[in-house]
Design a binder for this molecule. Sequence first.
Ligand SMILES: *Cc1c(COP(=O)(O)O)cnc(C)c1O
Length: 459
Amino acid sequence: MTTVPTVAAPAAPAPLVAGVEQRRHLRTAVPGPASLALGERRAAVVPTGVGMVLPAFVERAGGAVLVDVDGNRLVDLGAGIAVVNAGHAHPRVVEAVRRQAEAFLHTCFMVTPYEGYVTVAERLAGLAPVAGPAKTVLLNSGAEAVENAVKIARAATGRDAVVVFDHAYHGRTNLTMAMTAKAMPYKRGFGPFAGEVYRAPMSYPFRDPAGMTGEEAAARAIGSIRTQVGADQVACLVIEPVQGEGGFVDPAPGFLPALAAWCRENGVLLVADEIQTGFGRTGDVFALDHEGVQADLVTVAKGLADGMPLAGVVGRADVMDAVHAGGLGGTYGGNPVACAAALAAMDVLVDEDLSARARGIESLVRTALEAARADAPAIGDVRGRGAMLAVELVRPGTTEPDPAEAARVARTCHQAGVVVLTCGTYGNVIRLLPPLVIDDDLLRDGLGVLVEALTGRPA
Ligand SMILES: *Cc1c(COP(=O)(O)O)cnc(C)c1O
């Protein structure tokens, strides 16, 4: 037998983003000693109510890599919960922030306005899936955007009722807690909650009767709204086109168009909560674009400003203008630095075609996860769209949720330096939300770790 001498191919140098090598590298256990020391300080002064997915303290970040205080480079498959779609520290975003910070930090747009806010509203009017001319109010957080969408819908319709869906997540303020479905950890002990919020069944193909179409699931939801509320009482129907925290539930095709048609016929405003799904994440600029659905109001946040806190409600001009002068706003809403970041992030979204990158991520991730199914009987479902993908874990051969297995898989990834998040009403879903700029080698590396954690053998 002859042995073929192997010559190692020269490794291509890893790309650098903001000075951070786009490769995973562990120098210590994760978390390392410096993170553990900071964790002790954290525990003394930060309440336990503030959660923590991976207790490695970050020192810098670029692209899809986090560098922790122990010098470990972690692969970020969470993007700060779908926020840094253009990657950490995208040079165009950083430069826009720096320039605006040098000019001025704040005036309050309601006191003395500035151009950046107007330009963001112009850009959103061109991008958002809203019919006709659109107007935008800018705010600070996703929950605040959802609250304002409800205010606007009530003012525009003169009706009170708000319809939301099973597994929905809309935030942690009082009204949005009422709209969010899951009690633990979001609601328990925090009531009483706001009234006039009603819940309808979602289209959840993995758990619905086999073969149920989107149209049938919509008829089921509409039937429940009719009997529980009455169409003429409903101000708005608020829905995530692909659900986020609730488990990346991707409704059957036809579900959203049927709901949109029913809303139109009944004078109900359709509010698309695109806070997690927006800005290229699902492989189109907005998730509603996949089926050509248009909403009356769209809430945006997370991916809007690539890491700066900024949120908004984009809506039909006539609906937005139903609110009396002075009825909308807030001290910091549309902060000029956040607006500068958003403009740069929207430029990157278009110029680097991040939606196409999300579709590329989808084909790579889907292939890997589908292949893993043979060796990982706990995988009940692989689903999602674009770079918003998930595996739902169950007891093999059933649909019974297995949250312990999801926790084990996530922990194994974290210890190997790969940031993944869990989600789902039953806590049994591993979700992937990588920055859309992640390069294929880094994505393959992170996926390899996940697949090994799922199957128990090297990918
Ligand atoms: C994150 C999220 C929110 C809440 O946004 P915050 O900025 O955390 O208040 C609302 N809706 C959806 C769909 C989200 O993913």
